[in-house]
Design a protein around this ligand. Structure first.
Ligand SMILES: [Zn+2]
Length: 663
């Protein structure tokens, strides 16, 4: 059997891998580099510098406050010695003067997110910031440390903990809290504690209701597509620099390679108001489901007068729909839970700490921050629907919507992660879907066919490119990107089109206040100039995550890999008995769909398989194969085992590095 079980699942945060330097297409050396800022881009960025309150330096004070230690070079390596995190790459941001190729508002945010190290928040609360995309919180409990959110990767989490040990002393971890189900807040956990620590009761792991299901399921079915799009979103594979990646809005980026892990929680927060006392520290929780993440919570340390808002409030406007792809977030619920947090906690807090970006001190500032972040999501929600009810479509609303000055002039509501227009599109999609109601848009031609016809109707590629060049000179970069995309999709070998498109995307990137938009534009430009860089390493889901999946989820994820046309006319039924969990399943292929039923076996199955869940997990995680374990006698079967290989041969292994900016 083909060794393909390991590619069963691709988890969004599972692996970003190292790349070969081989270039896919031959581009002349001078065209391989990103361009300079055009005059109009320089003017655009200079105008931004005039419109925002750059004299307000409060954020810099707060982001620098309480610094305990900042290593001269925060460079983190994985077990193979490869650099996975390197803050020295951002030294160019220490320069105060603006770069022409960075929106000055984004440059400001990037400089703030550069302030990394170990920080003291108050007597018993510390944070490590800038050691990964998210923050790690450290509470000094009676006998050790309570950790909030152990980062994305075991390598970065281990390094952050080392920084704590070096400066606050080596003490045991008494509890770990996962604030929500996104991987940047839990998947580094085995860098700081072991499964054994939890089994023996030395460490509690606390998480919100629904955590396990949401942590593993969000990326299971569409994980391959999300992972590819996440490369665009975080820009982890872009060079750092004034013409490259400068930030990710929430923090610097994701590590360039991620070692994921997961330890299931021992204690679950089931309702708001629930209190847990761990090692002398009392914590009061507010459950906030269906906000920034499906399983999510804020919490207060009442004796320490410190509020933690997870990612529900951060130092930027957050995404209602992440551009890497996910289900839409509920803006109304999100705003509602922030307003509720003000009621519950603001009188009891002297400082608010966050899952990303720096803390804010003082009741007045805390309330202003929470109130205006809530209002931003509420405004976008309500105004999108107001305009939709007037008949405006998604693109029109996104163009129209602007936060009022009372919200927009607050730095924490700026567009560093999402933009107001992008979020308006998310609200529209949440309520009305992608269709604008115009029947011309019911069934348009797909991109390549449409592009070929557009280019032909517009007089051929040369004609389009010559007009597009004129539009480029006039600074109409959005239009150039839109129209030249047709030339690239009609003929991806057209080098002039690729390079003009890359030029336009770069100008858009240089002007973007949103780090996410900038990363998308610049990574798109890089792939137009160089083609797609394929990884050296095979991608497999981590065993910890596979173990947390239910058999239903694993069979469902096989179903979305089934190649329907190839499976036409085939009928395969397999009985599964998982010997260690004593679960039974019937897996059946018929009508080109793969279905499964729990607790059922068929007398007429082509094959009956007895396997332990443990071995099944290892096959799924790519650590072994069905055939190897059959040879070892660890998988028993009756009937024809060929049915299993026949079925597995019908499952696609999707290309992790599929094309995006070209067909
Ligand atoms: Zn996060």
């Amino acid at each position: 059997m083909k060794k393909n079980g390991g590619k069963l699942l691709h988890l969004c945060f599972a692996r970003l891998v190292f790349f070969t330097l081989a270039l896919m297409i031959n581009i002349p050396v001078e065209a391989a580099q990103p361009g300079d800022a055009a005059k109009l881009t320089q003017q655009y960025n200079a105008a931004v510098a005039q419109t925002l309150p750059f004299h307000d330096r409060q954020d810099f004070e707060d982001a620098a406050r309480g610094l305990v230690a900042r290593p001269p070079a925060a460079v983190i390596r994985d077990s193979a010695g490869r650099i996975v995190w390197n803050m020295t790459q951002y030294d160019f941001l220490k320069k105060d003067a603006p770069y022409e190729t960075i929106n000055p508002s984004l440059q400001r945010q990037a400089a703030l997110n550069n302030l990394h190290g170990l920080f003291k928040v108050n007597d018993r609360i510390y944070q490590v910031r800038g050691y990964d995309l998210a923050n790690m919180g450290i509470i000094i409990s009676d006998k050790g440390y309570i950790i909030i959110d152990p980062l994305t990767s075991t390598d970065t989490a281990r390094a952050a903990m080392q920084l704590v040990h070096d400066h606050l002393g080596k003490k045991p971890i008494t509890a770990v809290i996962y604030s929500h189900s996104h991987g940047d807040h839990w998947s580094g956990v085995k860098g700081i504690i072991s499964e054994q620590d939890v089994k023996t009761g030395k460490v509690k792991v606390i998480a919100p209701a629904g955590f396990m299901k949401d942590a593993v399921s969000e990326n299971v079915y569409a994980g391959n597509a999300m992972m590819r799009r996440a490369q665009y979103m975080y820009g982890a594979l872009l060079p750092r620099g004034a013409k490259g990646q400068v930030d990710a809005g929430l923090g610097k980026s994701l590590p360039s390679a991620i070692s994921s892990s997961l330890i299931p929680p021992t204690d679950t927060v089931l309702k708001s108001g629930q209190e847990i006392t761990v090692d002398g520290i009392r914590i009061v929780f507010q459950l906030t489901p269906s906000t920034e993440a499906p399983a999510n919570m804020n919490f207060l340390f009442p004796e320490l007068r410190t509020l933690f808002m997870a990612d529900n409030c951060v130092g930027t406007l957050h995404n209602l729909l992440t551009p890497r792809g996910s289900q839409i977030r509920d803006a109304k619920a999100w705003a509602g839970f922030i307003y509720e947090a003000i009621e519950l906690f603001s009188d009891k807090s002297d400082v608010v700490i966050l899952g990303h970006t720096w803390p804010r001190w003082g009741k007045e500032k805390i309330v202003n921050f929470l109130n205006k972040q809530a209002a931003a999501y509420k405004y976008i929600h309500d105004q999108t629907l107001r305009l939709a009810n007037h008949g405006y479509t998604m693109a029109e609303i996104a163009e129209e919507i602007k936060l009022p000055d009372t919200l927009a002039k607050e730095w924490f509501n700026r567009d560093y992660y999402a933009t107001a227009g992008w979020n308006a599109k998310a609200v529209y999609q949440h309520y009305l879907g992608w269709f604008d109601g115009n029947p011309a848009n019911f069934n348009p031609l797909p991109p390549v066919e449409a592009s070929k016809k557009y280019v032909e109707f517009m007089g051929g590629a040369d004609q389009v490119l010559s007009k597009a060049r004129e539009a480029y000179e006039k600074g109409e970069y959005r239009w150039v990107a839109q129209v030249v995309n047709h030339v690239v999709f009609a003929d991806p070998e057209n080098e002039t089109a690729r390079l003009l498109q890359a030029d336009a995307l770069e100008q858009l990137g240089y002007q973007s206040e949103s780090a996410v938009f900038r990363n998308f534009y610049l990574f798109g430009a890089q792939e137009l100039r160089h083609g797609v860089r394929k990884p050296r390493e095979k991608m497999t889901p981590p065993l910890d995550v596979v173990q947390a999946l239910t058999v239903d989820m694993i069979f469902d994820s096989m179903a979305v890999r089934l190649n329907g046309p190839k499976a036409a006319g085939k009928v395969i039924t397999i009985n599964w008995h998982f010997t260690d969990t004593n679960e039974r399943y019937l897996l059946s292929l018929e009508n080109s769909v793969l279905n499964h039923t729990a607790g059922k076996h068929s007398r007429n199955a082509g094959c009956s398989i007895e396997i332990s869940r443990d071995i099944f997990n290892k096959v799924i995680a790519g650590q072994t194969t069905f055939s190897a374990r059959i040879l070892l006698g660890q998988i028993k079967y009756q009937g024809s085992i060929k049915k299993l290989s026949e079925l597995m041969a019908l499952l696609d292994d999707p290309e992790p590095f599929f094309n995006i900016v070209e067909p």
